[in-house]
Design a protein around this ligand. Structure first.
Ligand code: ADP
Ligand code: MG
Length: 395
């Protein structure tokens, strides 16, 4: 459906039909939150919500891009010969950033493109629309210009765009989950050495409900950086007595034995990281054993730890998750993403999904004063080409 509307927009803007269509997913993180920059295990999965692009090649070096999510900004044009970050180019800096990093790696994008983009994933809600756009762009360049980039190379390139070009100090999880996405599988990723493995997610008569607080993430970036520096400070103090490359390599007993080295806040941050990393291991064991009930309890424990030890939830995420915990059909629920607003996820019995969202939705409005949004998520593939035939597109 999206692609049909996008195609009409494309023809209006560029006077010719698009040649190619692409999609890249967003992601949820099932468990392992605020772990990727602490060298531990995360367990994300790509979802069927994400970002679409229609593309045609140009003979010059211009990229002309239009987002149906940012119609007010109109068509934004840049030249591949000038890839300096420009605030006036707004969201298109993500595309420029990918081109810039490719050029730095010795594979400059040789010629321009016309592009129409549309995302059905909410921006700034913890489902990583930015990584979706980066991995979409990387995939388009790779596909059109035959760049020799593996999915892991693509993820690393996207992280560089985010860190060095956009200026967001994020870890590798989002790009990795998207670039290596595989339908009905989550990726267990060791963020220290990028070892990874796929886990089939067979929910059978259960589904994943994504619950969006619809809260703007005003303080998210500064609080995120604050948490990172609290973890760094806790680690450097613990490293005076322990041989530990990162917080996730420390066992709980050692943290307890040396807690006197840390401030109370540093202790709680480290406590979250170490216990959360342990929960990820237990969660994969539960899935192997098909024990969804225990998996759900680990999700709940993760949220409690993110609320009390890590303090990244806030009243909106807590209202959603606490309502979910008592709602019909619940197996487990937690916030997902960086926190301070954004989304939560819940595992819910399929037959109760409607009653579940009705219950949680009503409780949320009562507590917060505005509505939450709900999406039933399926775990989809990583970036793909979409076949276009006439007016129809097969996604
Ligand atoms: P998140 O990654 O959590 O969704 P970010 O603030 O990191 O939030 O990224 C959101 C930004 O990514 C948007 O403000 C925009 O610049 C860019 N972006 C994401 N999706 C799209 C889209 N469909 N069209 C244009 N820009 C997009
Ligand atoms: Mg982002």
């Amino acid at each position: 459906m999206h692609v049909v509307t996008m195609k009409q927009e494309f023809i209006k803007l560029f006077d010719h039909a698009p040649e190619h269509a692409y999609f890249a997913p967003g992601r949820i993180n099932l468990i392992g939150e605020h772990i990727d920059y602490n060298g531990g295990l995360v367990f994300p999965a790509p979802i069927t919500l994400g970002t679409y692009a229609l593309v045609s090649r140009r003979d010059d070096t211009l990229v002309k891009a239009y987002s149906m999510n940012f119609k007010d900004l109109g068509l934004i044009t840049f030249d591949l010969n000038n890839l300096t970050y420009d605030p006036a180019h707004d969201w298109v800096n993500y595309i420029k950033g990918v081109a810039k990093m490719l050029a730095e790696e010795g594979t400059p994008v040789p010629s321009g493109l016309n592009l129409v983009v549309f995302g059905d994933i909410p921006n700034g809600s913890g489902l990583s629309s930015s990584a979706s756009l980066e991995m979409l762009t990387t995939y388009i360049f790779k596909d059109l210009f035959n760049f020799n980039l593996s999915p892991v190379d693509s993820a690393l390139l996207g992280k560089k765009v985010e860190n060095l070009y956009i200026g967001v100090n994020s870890g590798i999880m989002d790009q990795f989950a998207i670039a290596l996405g595989k339908k009905d599988h989550a990726v267990l990723l060791n963020c220290e050495n990028l070892d990874y493995g796929y886990f089939p997610i067979k929910l059978e008569d259960h589904c994943i409900v994504i619950m969006n607080t619809n809260k703007r993430r005003e303080l998210a970036d500064s609080k995120y950086n604050e948490r990172r520096s609290e973890c760094e400070s806790a680690l450097s103090k613990l490293q005076t007595v322990l041989n530990a490359p990162n917080l996730c390599s420390i066992v709980l007993a050692d943290l307890e034995a040396h807690k006197n080295l840390l401030t109370e806040v540093e202790y709680r941050r480290a406590h979250h990281v170490i216990t959360e990393n342990e929960r990820v291991k237990q969660a994969t064991e539960c899935l192997k054993a098909n024990n969804l009930e225990e998996f759900g309890k680990l999700l709940n424990a993760s949220h409690t730890s993110l609320c009390h030890d890590y303090e990244v939830t806030g009243k909106e995420l807590d209202a959603l998750v606490e309502a979910a915990w008592e709602a019909p059909g619940i197996v487990g629920a937690r916030m997902t993403g960086a926190g301070f607003g954004g989304c939560s996820l819940a595992i819910v019995e399929k037959d109760s999904a409607e009653a579940f969202t009705k219950y949680v939705g009503a409780k949320y409005v009562d507590a917060i004063g505005y509505e939450a949004s709900f999406y039933i998520a399926s775990i989809g593939d990583g970036p793909t080409c979409i076949q276009m035939e006439g007016d129809e597109a097969h996604v």
